[in-house]
Ligand binder design. Structure first.
Ligand code: ADP
Ligand code: MG
Length: 401
């Protein structure tokens, strides 16, 4: 793969496919981690006199303009981070985009409106995607792929566009791939994997692949209840994916056979209902019970104190830790303790620590941890997971050669 240093960028229009898919509350960016992550690549190109055209998706609009998914607030924040004005095009490949790009001087930058306001971006039809990629290609001379969070998508701007322009990999993707190699090929042991989040089905492939690589797999979050149910415990009204129980049982078996230790919660924090994440109203019936004593009418929403200590102990001597998925509903303070404890355990270990997953990365920041103290905080949840599953990622394949 070529890096941006290999490109002759001065005076050239350089298309940077970034992942600026940040969480928004109205027009307010609640976590700007992804913007900050790609800013150095853009700054480097600007310093070399490139005319930078940044593009990204945001949320899941349905192939047409939808103001709630506008990148306008991101343009403002990107400008603040770069310390330079960012011209915002109010469409992606239309009149505004053409005019804004044409007006760029050397060392100036524009952000195009949401790629997914165009049906061609995500189309399953090669011709439709290709036609949109042609329109994008007309706006640039060179392509830099740096939207790590989107490299697992076979989308026009990720997969088809680099085939149409001389291309290179941006610094963010280069770093991410280097980290992923340390989690798959050049692993320092003991290697501990902490998995949480809401659904087992999201993480099944990762467990499958890491069962051959990790020494310990710690299971928290909503997926823990499918593990507990597989072990025959009552899980009340907790998140449960019954159809995944056979898979989970097979993993537990394979773990035994491969000498991979599964660590399942021994106690959990429960309530009769899912907490209100908007008002963050106190949880009146908050209670901690052993994991084999969840009442039928209660929902498990975090790991309990015994599990926090157990997880910390299992992380303490690690040389490599990969963590994906909050171990509780951290968005509510009553159920954030488990996620805090995991973050703290990572910081206290001497391991190379990697946090993957959009919500996990946001959790680290929202809960007040210093992100620079972690080995690496990945910007791409799905992309990291698919890489760890052993899959070929279209956006990386497109940057080869
Ligand atoms: P990531 O984006 O880091 O990959 P996921 O998207 O898989 O993480 O999961 C994050 C979500 O999982 C959070 O919104 C959190 O509230 C939720 N979650 C964690 N524990 C539970 C639980 N016990 N029950 C329901 N949801 C949970
Ligand atoms: Mg998520």
């Amino acid at each position: 793969m070529k890096t941006i240093e290999d490109l002759e960028v001065t005076g050239k229009r350089v298309f940077v496919r970034a992942d600026l898919n940040v969480p928004l509350s109205g027009a307010t960016i609640t976590d700007d981690g992804r913007i900050r992550a790609v800013a150095p690549t853009i700054a480097k190109l600007l310093a070399r006199g490139a005319r930078v055209v940044v593009a990204s998706h945001l949320g899941r609009p349905k192939g047409e303009p939808d103001p709630q998914f506008s990148l306008a607030p991101v343009a403002v924040r990107l400008g603040e981070i770069l310390g330079a004005p960012v011209a915002f095009a109010t469409d992606t490949v239309g009149e505004s985009a053409k005019a804004t790009v044409a007006a760029l001087g050397d060392g100036e930058v524009t952000l195009l409106e949401n790629l997914r306001f165009n049906a061609g971006e995500t189309s399953k039809d090669d011709a439709e995607r290709g036609a949109f990629a042609d329109e994008l290609a007309a706006l640039a001379d060179l392509y830099v792929g740096d939207g790590f969070g989107a490299v697992h998508r076979k989308h026009a701007s990720v997969y088809d566009l680099p085939a149409r322009l001389p291309h290179a990999v941006g610094d963010l993707i280069a770093t991410e791939v280097g980290v992923l190699k340390r989690l798959t090929e050049e692993v320092a042991r003991p290697y501990v994997v902490v998995l949480g989040g809401s659904k087992v089905s999201d993480k099944v492939g990762v467990i499958d692949n890491l069962l051959g690589k990790a020494d310990r797999i710690l299971i928290g979050g909503g997926m823990a209840y499918t593990f507990l149910a597989a072990l025959g415990h009552e899980v009340g009204i907790s998140l449960l994916q019954k159809d995944q129980i056979p898979t989970v049982l097979e993993y537990l078996e394979r773990g035994k056979a491969n000498g991979v230790e599964f660590v399942i919660p021994v106690d959990v924090a429960i309530s009769a209902s899912f907490p209100d994440l908007k008002t963050k109203a106190p949880v009146e019936d908050f209670e901690v019970v052993d994991a084999d004593a969840i009442p039928a009418d209660k929902e498990g929403l975090d790991i309990g104190p015994k599990t926090r200590a157990l997880f910390a102990e299992k992380i303490a001597d690690a040389a490599t830790v990969f963590w994906n998925g909050p171990v509780g509903v951290f968005e509510h303070p009553a159920f954030a303790e488990g996620t805090k404890a995991v973050a703290q355990a990572l910081l206290e270990s001497d391991a190379f620590t990697v946090v993957g997953g959009g919500d996990s990365a946001a959790a680290v920041r929202i809960l007040g941890f210093d992100e620079t103290k972690f080995g690496h905080i990945s910007t791409g949840g799905g992309a990291s997971l698919e890489y760890l599953e052993g899959k070929t990622l279209p956006g990386l394949a497109a940057l080869e050669g």
